[in-house]
Ligand binder design. Sequence first.
Ligand SMILES: Nc1ncnc2c1ncn2[C@@H]1O[C@H](COP(=O)(O)OP(=O)(O)OP(=O)(O)O)[C@@H](O)[C@H]1O
Length: 255
Amino acid sequence: MAAPVISVRGLKTRFGQQVVHDGVDLDVSKGEVIGLVGGSGTGKSVLLREIVGLMVPSAGKIEVLGKDTENLSESERLSLQARWGMLFQDGALFSSLTVLENIKVPLKEHTRLPPDLIDEIARVKVAMVGLPPDAGPKYPSQLSGGMRKRAGLARALAMDPEILFLDEPTAGLDPIGAAAFDELIGSLQKSLGLTVFMVTHDLDSLYAICDRIAVLVDKKLVIGTIDELLRQEHPWIRDYFHGPRGRAASAAKGS
Ligand SMILES: Nc1ncnc2c1ncn2[C@@H]1O[C@H](COP(=O)(O)OP(=O)(O)OP(=O)(O)O)[C@@H](O)[C@H]1O
């Protein structure tokens, strides 16, 4: 079997007396779409931040694309970062830069490509995420919430990443906008062969695009397909998947 693209072993996270993670294990294979869910404050964002190296866990081992994320030199860290894209919850665009300029930031940081080629790549990414060409010269404040997310996605895809990390990609979108965004992620994942790791509260997204779901309960992960999780006895998992929203998402998917 191919080595996992993301591997987490025995991860522990403590903030003072508070234990957030206590023995988290996870393997994500190439091309997989994994959704991370869990109650509020269970440590989903912290886990995501630890995997991308923005936070250091208290114990345990994280490997991304075969590299131990803890012991990297600055240049190794930069070259690893160039192999993934990250979409933060609000798009996290630079407000003083246009959409095109935002997309160019990672290209300028990680490559020495000539400016006209960088410009062309940025325009291709705008089209790739379904934004009209006239969105390119606009500032984030001139875009709708959904368009800002697409612009953030275009920036995350700037370097043709192997992994896409998404933090609540459909939060704040209306149901139609959210479904369209799920569809976009799903089609990009297939056409680009991306591995996708997303934190979400959105049951429709889980049904629409995730291969497996990782649930943070009792400071650990329970991982499985939706069908496997539907058979889980854990009270939080049962309430989540069998509750009214879970049933509605299941019915919408026709399963
Ligand atoms: N830098 C930090 N210092 C201290 N405590 C922190 C820090 N970051 C997060 N925490 C705590 O860790 C816990 C998990 O936070 P996290 O943001 O990962 O939760 P979450 O599962 O993403 O929640 P939500 O779904 O509400 O966004 C929370 O209790 C939070 O207060």
